[in-house]
Design a protein around this ligand. Structure first.
Ligand code: ADP
Length: 482
């Protein structure tokens, strides 16, 4: 079974119904590789969001109070349907988001793994009995938070949703989702399969909107919604946190990063190059955990930069649906402008372009994989997340300096370093102020591990057994008169 709907579903999903906006308004979704219109989805606002929230509220008791085993069976069925439709779902991602098809297939499997994981974890929501005085017993129970909301980004339009909905449903919560306006089709296709798997009406709802602001306001200010989970920029996370403050709504925030990748002179340089290519050019650099700053010990910096440039220059750029393409288009014109701004600023600060540095001959939103050498720490690219295919190499002298430079950012999502010295590995891993650290490894994300950041990169964790806690409340019950 591959869903009841076409691949590009042009309806939103509220209370188990596939519906249009009240006004009938729609907005178009385009393919960033070609500029062609893929279809359009309903342009919804506050009224529809409110109805979705009320549907999630009505569905809550039935879902929350169902035995965890039954919820797990439905979720497992959903996981299997998603994997059965992997190719079709991957094609939707590539069409609306641009990443190479092989990566899109990986995203589907990665997202599905969260559904599977939380189906299982939802069965292990254990409480405690705390020894107290002789006349009483202290019980701790964990209960579903209730109605939740998710606002998801365009860079992983399927997996970021699966990771949130998986945890919510596993914990017994219901959810209203607002996908990114650039990539709503992946979310709709995923939820279509949830319906086929037997997820009851109202348990998951998808509201599509061109303007996220009114929908975001309703999702944070409506007192029925007890929690919001957001993945996106720190700037928007801050807005949502302010709004959520009114109702003291629980918040999980997965925000921007500015990941360092440190290469010490005792590292296996080829392994570091391999890792650097994987983290930097995957999804055209549009990943919140992409390495943004390559801090390389001075005596190996030239060799590293040269080898990195050689490897980057062999990556095939083109439409994600084309065979052998490793780097697709950027998502929109503003993204390509930011990449250009960061490169010209770095060059003005004395950096050298080793490869790339300009738009690709294919035109449109395609950009050449770029490596910059000798980038100083006062360049813009050191301070801000580029979200594009640019690797700036910044030399350093001592371990102390590397740690200081790595931590010199308000962000704290992911960091990577390469070293062959075990004592150094522990020292540096402990001192990096980041939520996730890859040591001699740059592909670190998995459903079994806690994903999340510190500092301005966010609040809460997704995935792993810790990820379920974000959707659970702790209740203490004191049993007296024993
Ligand atoms: P990015 O920088 O990755 O584009 P954004 O933070 O702008 O990320 O967007 C991520 C998600 O947040 C998208 O679904 C977008 O529609 C939504 N969004 C953007 N601005 C707001 C807002 N003011 N209120 C609620 N959601 C918003």
């Amino acid at each position: 079974m591959t869903g009841t709907q076409p691949s590009f579903i042009e309806r939103a999903y509220i209370a188990g119904e596939w519906i249009a906006a009240d006004s009938g308004a729609v907005f178009a979704v385009t393919n960033p590789a070609t500029g062609e219109t893929l279809g359009s989805v309903p342009d919804m606002g506050v009224a529809e969001t409110r109805r979705a929230i009320e549907a999630a509220q009505r569905a809550l008791p039935g879902w929350r109070d169902r035995p965890a085993k039954e919820r797990a069976q439905i979720m497992r069925r959903w996981f299997e349907l998603v994997m059965g439709a992997q190719e079709r779902l991957a094609q939707i991602i590539t069409a609306e988001q641009g990443k190479p098809l092989a990566e899109a297939r990986g995203e589907i499997a990665y997202g599905a793994a969260y559904i599977d994981w939380f189906a299982e974890e939802g069965r292990r929501v254990y409480g405690d009995i705390v020894p107290g005085a002789t006349d009483r017993r202290l019980l701790v129970m964990k209960q579903a938070v209730g109605v939740t909301a998710a606002i998801t980004p365009w860079n992983f339009p399927s997996a970021m949703l699966a990771r949130k909905v998986g945890a919510a449903l596993g914990a017994g919560c219901t959810m209203v989702v607002k996908p990114a306006e650039l990539t709503p089709f992946s979310a709709l296709a995923l939820v279509d399969l949830a319906e086929c798997a037997g997820v009851p009406a109202g348990v998951v709802n998808v509201v599509t909107a061109k303007d996220p602001v009114p929908v975001g306001q309703e999702l944070t200010r409506n007192p029925i919604v007890r929690k919001i989970s957001f993945t996106g920029s720190t700037e928007v996370g801050r807005i949502l946190l302010r709004q959520a403050a009114e109702n003291i709504q629980k918040c999980s925030m997965e925000l921007g990063g500015n990941a360092p990748l440190i290469v010490f002179d005792d590292a296996d340089l080829d392994r570091a190059i391999h890792g650097a290519i994987a983290t930097k050019y995957r999804n055209c650099g549009q990943t919140c955990i992409s390495a943004n700053r390559f801090l390389v010990q001075r005596n190996v910096a030239d060799a590293f930069a040269r080898k990195l440039a050689e490897a980057a220059s062999t990556l095939k750029v083109g439409p994600g649906a084309e065979e052998g393409v490793a780097v697709g288009p950027l998502i929109e014109p503003a993204a390509i402008e930011k990449v250009e701004r960061h490169i010209s600023d770095a060059v003005a600060h004395g950096a050298r372009v080793l490869t790339g540095g300009a738009r690709h001959a294919l035109g449109g939103l395609f950009f050449q994989p770029t490596v910059l050498a000798n980038v100083p720490a006062d360049a813009l690219i050191f301070q801000e997340e580029t979200f594009g295919p640019v690797a700036p190499v910044i030399p350093f002298d001592t371990e102390e300096e590397a740690i200081r430079l790595a931590n010199a950012t308000p962000y704290g999502l992911a960091a990577y370093f390469y070293s062959g010295d075990l004592a150094r590995i522990f020292r540096v891993a402990e001192r990096l102020e980041f939520g996730m650290v890859g040591v001699n490894e740059s592909l670190i994300s998995t459903e079994a591990a806690p994903f999340g950041g510190v500092k301005q990169s966010g609040l809460g964790r997704e995935g792993s057994r810790y990820g379920l806690d974000d959707y659970l409340e702790i209740k203490y019950v004191c049993l007296g008169g024993m």
